[in-house]
Design a protein around this ligand. Structure first.
Ligand code: 5GP
Ligand code: ZN
Length: 110
């Protein structure tokens, strides 16, 4: 599978891993948009979030809960973003969830 994020979670391309369980892998974004910018991916390859089942999405959000739990970011707050398709500016076509925080975030939208 010629997919950047599949290669990352399989260890074929290096990344700064912060979390892994049976289904989910998380690593630092290479171009951080906030002091903390982590990408959470499900190990099942799908182009975007619409390819994930409710169970998959639940597994990703459970991983986010597990990773943030007990950390400063849990108390201070964070944002979860998933870009889908051209209008949202999606650039990597393996579904992923940006977790942003570590500082006060600006507004979002257009
Ligand atoms: P998107 O724009 O599709 O929502 O998000 C893709 C994200 O993947 C971007 O924030 C980008 O910085 C990140 N990214 C792209 N290539 C790599 C890479 O090789 N390693 C890591 N860690 N992040 C990457
Ligand atoms: Zn993939």
């Amino acid at each position: 599978m010629d997919c950047l994020f599949c290669k990352i979670f399989q260890g074929q391309i290096p990344s700064k891993k912060v979390y892994e369980d049976e289904n989910v892998f998380a690593f630092e974004d290479i171009h951080p948009l906030a002091k903390t910018h982590i990408l959470f991916i499900h190990k099942k390859h799908t182009t975007n979030v619409n390819g994930l089942s409710t169970i998959h999405v639940g597994q990703v959000f459970t991983a986010i809960k597990n990773w943030t739990s007990g950390q400063k970011i849990e108390k201070e707050g964070f944002r979860v973003v998933t870009n889908t398709g051209p209008d949202a500016g999606q650039t990597v076509f393996h579904a992923h969830f940006h977790v942003l925080g570590g500082e006060k975030l600006g507004g979002f939208g257009k």
